[in-house]
Design a protein. Structure first.
Length: 760
């Protein structure tokens, strides 16, 4: 899949590079070309270079497809694609095209030549889903258990027992005979936002066993397709597949799981499309009438009660330039336990605010803190649904949910309530400091556990509380198009840590960073947090008031604070000079460094003083010092804003059993060093490692952890340009990842780290 972060600006940069350097022989196009003043260029190669321009990383060609996927992506950005066999030609000075005018391609297949096995139909369904919902994943691996005993005690357990009995009665095959897989095979399509499966049913799915299965549950479960019609089609086709002999029972059972299991995962009911209903390939994703026709088709079926079974949200509206967010800031007398919200009854008794509290304000979405309700609290869930309808706004609510798996443990999740009555939908499960974390789930994968979703036409993503320390999580969300990142927390956070990390996330990912929380019992002042992509703190006002003030001054609880997001600020490159300066002065040590390591520039290169003298560092290097081995990892210039590059330093240090030092070296600093230091305080917290900033003149800043609680400090730099790093609180990966590994089962610790590492 092509990351949505690639913009037309990056495409233009890629075109310029190709016009300058030419096209490698192996990257020439076969069928299609992108037309520019500089010639005909291969679309897939253009996207590869554009991704490198956007992220500094190469996008491997096996991560996305040529042809329709690449062509449609470029066309949506306003570029012209033609069907052409020239392979790509370049004129470096931008003169006229070297080929005759090409005939514009057409990917519409005439209905009269259509057949059930048309390969383009399935592709067109995916294109239509992408056009309506932004993201659609084909052949998505579910990994859900297939045995009925895995669902004992769930809302669908009884229905599955009935289905199993019906299928076993047909020809004597038992569940153990035809349920051969441990995990359910991939579905046809997965739509992460708002969260539902789409199955594209061909003739072989309409069998006698499938009809019996539907009869066992269709009148008691909400479905995303017309079950009565599916039964009629089973009678009409009565398809049979005897290879293997139990294949029809097997297919009926797996189809049943795809229908019912989403109801246990807080997903929307599965939508089913009949392949013969339409020449699907004749639909044009760019045509508004075709999009509306397709939308009607997938919301057409009705549930047993006669109401729409699947509340499909309408096509995304035009992106608003300004979004208004209401941040709920309640008061609580409860404290967290090592970052985990309390599970006692009082934690579930906060009242849901009435619509009148919002003073008639028109808002795009409302953000509640972590652990605001229990997902099993039906009264609170019902009240939040009514509030979403009254405000005509999406609610994002932190919840404690013990129904995520069969263990009964408390999961910290984020629930979504939409104004058209659907919900709650579980959109995120916490990855750190909780009784149960997403990393330990058997079905963990970034596409499902780190989804992006739409908020008023803008793409957003979420994490919860201490997840903000795991920089690869919001980085992944941004790489998949998120321009708003929300991170609800519970209470009593340390201001310098939270503001440093959240500001860094906003700047490095070019997102708006939002965090609301409870005002806890601690005498320490707390407040909601919010930062714009340029690193500046967001302004807010109470609902119904015109007085605007920084969020750090919004300390009155309970309250509702309104924040306006100018989405234009998330576009374009970072203006380094626009970063705010650090308001914390350099801090001298109260005593001598306990584990000192001397660092300096020697010959314009970073260097560390070892037992035998100064050692220059050109690439990552392990150096033995009097206080143990250190691993110095250079991160050049603006690569410092890549959480992946910094993670790799502490990961390599961990593998080499050394203490990490991150060295950010510039030829010339892009702005004042104290503005860079403001960001690097967040990096030192995240990585639990010292961060050195230097240019060709010498070391400019040294930021390092100054306590066991990850409090960052800016240390003095000697006028000679040398500095002393104290390794005392530099704990690196072990400490940075401790919040994740502390609560997972012992056998999962390495797995959790590997899963996190895969995001780098």
């Amino acid at each position: 899949m092509i990351p949505a972060l690639i913009s037309s600006t990056h495409i233009v940069e890629a075109i310029r590079q190709i016009c300058q350097d030419g096209i490698p022989p192996r990257r020439r196009s076969r069928v299609y070309c992108l037309v520019t003043e500089g010639g005909h260029l291969p679309p897939k190669y253009v996207i590869t270079l554009a991704h490198e321009a956007a992220t500094g990383k190469v996008l491997r060609s096996n991560r996305f497809s040529g042809g329709a996927e690449s062509n449609d992506f470029l066309e949506r950005l306003g570029f012209r694609i033609v069907e052409c066999g020239c392979g790509g030609t370049v004129r470096k000075r931008g003169i006229t095209l070297t080929t005759a005018p090409a005939k514009q391609m057409s990917r519409t297949v005439a209905a009269q030549r259509h057949s059930e096995h048309c390969p383009e139909c399935k592709h067109r369904v995916r294109e239509m889903l992408e056009r309506l919902y932004g993201t659609c994943v084909a052949n998505h691996a579910l990994g859900w258990p297939t045995r009925p005993d895995a669902y004992e005690g769930t809302a669908i357990g009884h229905a599955l027992v009935k289905v199993a009995a019906a299928l076993e009665s047909i020809r004597g095959f038992g569940i153990a005979d035809f349920v051969r897989r441990k995990g359910l095979a991939p579905c046809d399509f997965w739509v992460p936002d708002p969260g539902f499966l789409v199955e594209f049913d061909e003739r072989q799915h309409f069998t006698g066993p499938r009809k019996l299965a539907l009869e066992a549950y269709a009148d008691r479960q909400p479905l995303g397709f017309a079950a009565r019609r599916w039964m009629d089609l089973c009678e009409k086709h009565d398809a049979k597949d005897i290879n293997p002999p139990y294949r029809d029972e097997q297919r009926a059972w797996y189809d049943t799981l795809r229908d019912l299991v989403p109801l246990t995962r807080s997903l929307r009911p599965t939508v089913r499309l009949y392949v013969r209903d339409l020449a699907w390939c004749s639909l044009d994703p760019k045509n508004p009438d075709d999009r509306e026709r397709f939308a009607r088709l997938i919301r057409e079926p009705e549930a047993p009660a006669g109401r729409p079974a699947v509340q499909i949200r309408p096509a995304a509206r035009s992106r608003a330039s300004t979004l208004r967010v209401a941040m709920v800031f309640p008061a609580t007398d409860l404290k967290t336990s090592n970052g985990v919200p309390p599970g006692r009854a009082p934690a579930r008794q906060l009242p849901v605010p009435a619509a009148g509290v919002f003073a008639g304000e028109a808002v795009d979405f409302v953000l509640f803190p972590e652990g605001y309700i229990r997902a099993s609290d039906e009264r609170s869930v019902e009240s939040l649904g009514h509030l979403a309808t009254e405000l005509r706004a999406t609610l994002l609510v932190g919840a404690i949910d013990s129904g995520v798996d069969s263990t009964g443990r408390d999961w910290q999740v984020l629930l979504r309530f939409d104004p058209y009555g659907a919900g709650p939908l579980r959109v995120y499960a916490k990855h750190s400091t909780a009784d149960a974390i997403a990393f330990e789930r058997a079905d963990w994968e970034p596409q499902t556990m780190l989804p992006t979703f739409e908020l008023s036409g803008q793409t957003a993503g979420a994490t919860i509380c201490h997840d903000s320390y795991l920089g690869l999580l919001p980085r992944h969300l941004a790489q998949n198009g998120a321009r708003i990142w929300i991170n609800p927390s519970f209470s009593d956070v340390t201001d310098i840590k939270w503001s440093s990390v959240l500001r860094l996330r906003a700047v490095e990912n070019r997102v708006f960073a939002l965090c609301t929380l409870h005002c806890g019992p601690s005498p320490r002042r707390t407040h909601p947090f919010g930062f714009s992509p340029d690193g500046n703190e967001l302004q807010a006002r109470k609902a119904g008031s015109g007085h605007v003030q920084p969020l750090s001054d919004c300390i009155q609880a309970p309250n509702i604070y309104m924040v306006d997001l100018d989405m234009n600020a998330a576009a374009g490159r970072l203006d380094w000079s626009g970063l705010p300066p650090a308001n914390k002065p350099r801090t001298t040590r109260t005593g001598p460094a306990l584990r000192p390591v001397r660092v300096a520039l020697r010959g314009g290169q970073p260097a560390v003083l070892g037992p035998t003298g100064w050692l220059s560092i050109r690439a990552g290097c392990r150096v033995q010092t009097a206080h143990g081995p250190v691993y110095v990892g250079p991160v050049p210039e603006d690569r410092m804003l890549d959480a992946g590059a910094c993670f790799r330093v502490i990961d390599r240090a961990n593998r080499r059993n050394a203490t990490p030092i991150i060295w950010n070296h510039w030829e010339r600093l892009p702005t004042d060093s104290d503005r860079l230091a403001l960001l690097m305080m967040g990096r030192a917290i995240e990585c639990c490692a010292p961060v050195i900033i230097s240019d060709r003149e010498g070391i400019r800043e040294l930021v390092e952890p100054a306590s066991n609680y990850k409090i960052p400090a800016r240390r003095d730099v000697d006028p000679s340009g040398e500095a002393i790093v104290d390794l005392r609180f530099a704990r690196g990966l072990d400490s940075a990842f401790k919040m994740v590994s502390d609560k997972v089962p012992a056998h999962m610790k390495a797995i959790a780290l590997d899963r996190y590492r895969s995001l780098a």
